[in-house]
Design a protein around this ligand. Structure first.
Ligand SMILES: Nc1nc2c(c(=O)[nH]1)N[C@H]1C(S)=C(S)[C@@H](COP(=O)(O)O)O[C@H]1N2
Ligand SMILES: [Mo]
Length: 323
């Protein structure tokens, strides 16, 4: 099966990404989307027939450079420039795939996996997150469209053509994922945490940028409230993975990027509740990274020491996505 299972585990996602990278390498696949997004014939030629891990000089070198830079620069010290809130655009652009318009908002929960055993007494702790069912029905689409109003859902982004087709078998996804203990939170649990807002420049790798005003809870505050399991010597997990409810979009980050003071779990944009098209009820804001890292409609957050893949990585985009 292709990417179809709900909330694939990191192991399943990683296996799928690897399988697809190999398959693409075999087929010498050129994504039309990559061509447009990369915006240069030279880069396209390099990407042609080379999957992740097989990238050629100088692209590989550029990626290594970005990686090194991200490891050293994205930390406490670098802050994205902020603007007065009123300078933010009133109507932001929309870019998105794998967003569900038909989700019953009442069925939304934020799953948090890899949490400290100390939170097992928390009232929202459950023995198996994989048992939670998000509900989808066409009856919710009208409400979503009403909320979005004139905010158009982008039918096609130049990055979109790379969507995995159902008929392309990758790996077998097990019917049943391993039981995963963790927290099953509601928006009220998040709204109870300290609120932070800012206006920063949002950059999409396709070539547009806008000043956007985001509000929500800093991830470091969230992590303090819902802490991860610590390793030997009290070490924090190396990574944080995030995925949408249907598993069709996912992203991952180093812990340093997550604890950056401008990394927000956002539920407001422009001072109002986030619109569905912009990722309601919860999305990420990370102004030091490109838009593609800023996952919308987050349903699961996992603290982990296994390096998780990034949705766009198999198409040649950098895992860190630093600007
Ligand atoms: N779930 C999900 N999140 C996503 C995307 C997506 O396709 N699906 N696209 C990303 C990209 S490429 C961009 S530029 C931003 C766009 O955010 P906006 O629509 O709020 O402007 O969302 C990011 N988050
Ligand atoms: Mo983007």
């Amino acid at each position: 099966m292709a990417i179809k299972s709900p909330l694939d585990s990191i192991e399943v996602q990683n296996a799928m990404v690897e399988a697809e990278a190999k398959r693409r390498a075999r087929r010498s696949f050129i994504g039309a989307g990559i061509a447009a997004a990369a915006g240069g014939a030279g880069l396209v030629a390099l990407i042609k027939s080379h999957s992740i891990g097989m990238l050629r000089f100088p692209l590989r070198q550029a990626l290594e450079f970005n990686r090194a830079l991200a490891e050293h620069v994205v930390g406490e010290t670098t802050l994205a420039k902020t603007y007065p809130l009123h300078m933010a655009v009133k109507r932001a652009r929309v870019n998105g795939l794998g967003l569900r318009r038909d989700m019953d908002p009442a069925s939304w929960r934020l799953q948090v996996a890899g949490v400290s055993s100390a939170v097992s007494s928390h009232p929202k702790f459950v023995a198996d997150l994989t048992e939670w069912k998000y509900r989808y029905s066409d009856e919710f689409v009208a409400r979503t469209l009403e909320l979005d109003g004139e905010t158009a859902w982008q039918p096609a982004s130049t990055m979109k053509d790379n969507t995995v087709k159902d008929e392309d078998p990758l790996i077998e996804v097990p019917d049943r994922l391993p039981p995963t203990p963790g927290l099953l939170l509601t928006m009220d649990d998040l709204r109870a945490l300290p609120f932070t807002e800012y206006a920063t420049e949002f950059k999409c790798i396709e070539g547009w940028s806008d000043i956007m005003h985001f509000g929500g809870v800093r991830f470091r505050d969230f992590m303090e409230a819902f802490p991860p399991e610590r390793g030997p010597g009290g070490a924090l997990p190396k990574y944080v993975a995030m995925t949408t409810a249907d598993g069709s979009y996912f992203s991952a980050f180093e812990i340093a990027a997550m604890v950056h003071p401008q990394t927000l779990l956002c539920y407001q944009m422009g001072g109002k509740d986030l619109l569905p098209a912009h990722g309601a009820p919860l999305r990420l804001s990370m102004p030091l990274k490109y838009g593609y890292k800023q996952i919308k409609q987050i349903a699961r957050i996992t603290y982990t020491n296994t390096r998780p893949y990034e949705y766009w990585e198999r198409f040649g985009y950098d895992w860190h996505g630093g600007i």
